[in-house]
Design a protein around this ligand. Structure first.
Ligand code: ADE
Length: 256
């Protein structure tokens, strides 16, 4: 049973490629895929690209061309939930598209044809991801993660935490505090308590639902989706998020 590991950004993928045994690079649909073994188990490492359409194409290729049995997404996200801080980790329990709006034909956020707005992640895979994330953050290496930003990350009062809950995807980089507040508030008023925003996960969750493949996702919080969201983003991805992804996914593959 082959596991697909999707990353949004090349930096995140390359930290995992280094650990592959029998690596084999293949191009398909204009994307690079890496086949090999991680912790002795067959994997395909894939780049999702940025945004929902690119991610859906990658996810579809992973099923149709590579026959993967399950998918795990690793990447970064903007924290919008209360207490979801830079350097924390969010494991998605469900996904929603925050920019889906076919109202008044369908209720706001409902995906037409699916009679739902939320797509559930696989509980067993998510539990493994949470366990691996907690183990990493508790380790000496995990404690170093944020410090490697050399003080660029605002000091948080608490140690990094793992959160589990709803993540929202949309084709927008949310980078205004007012927008983040509005997005969270309108969703909350409809009973959707969102922890974080990103740009791909809900698309992959929908493709996995279509093909009956289990899906789980782990996101490192790179920003608070506010007016400074873009400032340290590249440095954060390079120095912190790649390290989180590498260690959490290696721990996950070991327990699979
Ligand atoms: N990924 C990381 N931060 C994000 C943000 N603020 N908005 C959307 N996607 C993100």
């Amino acid at each position: 049973m082959t596991t697909a590991i999707l990353s949004a950004l090349p930096e995140e993928q390359s930290s995992l490629v280094q650990h592959l045994s029998h690596p084999q690079r293949l191009m398909h649909a204009g994307r690079a895929f890496w086949r090999g073994e991680l912790q002795g188990r067959p994997v395909v490492l894939a780049l999702s690209g940025i945004g929902k359409v690119a991610a859906a194409t990658t996810a579809t290729a992973l099923v149709e061309r590579f026959g993967v049995a399950r998918m795990v997404f690793t990447g970064v996200a903007g924290g919008v939930g209360e207490g979801v801080q830079v350097g924390d980790v969010v494991v998605a329990s469900e996904y929603l598209q925050h920019d889906m709006d076919a109202s008044p034909l369908f209720p706001r956020w409902e995906v037409p044809g699916y009679a739902r707005s939320r797509f559930a992640c696989d509980a067993a895979l998510s539990a493994l991801l949470s366990g691996a994330a907690r183990a990493y953050l508790a380790s000496a290496e995990g404690q170093l993660g944020l410090n490697s930003m050399g003080g660029q990350v605002p000091a948080t009062s608490a140690a990094p935490r793992v959160h589990e809950g709803l993540v929202a995807s949309g084709d927008r980089f949310v980078c205004a505090a007012s927008e983040a507040l509005h997005l969270r508030g309108t969703l909350q008023a409809a009973g959707h308590d969102v922890l974080a925003v990103e740009m791909e996960g809900a698309a992959v969750a929908q493709v996995c639902q279509d093909y009956g493949r289990p899906f789980a996702a782990v996101r490192t919080i790179s920003d608070r989706a506010d007016d400074t969201a873009h400032v340290d983003f590249p440095a954060f991805v390079r120095t912190v998020a790649t390290r989180y992804a590498e260690h959490i996914l290696l721990g996950f593959m070991q327990k699979l």
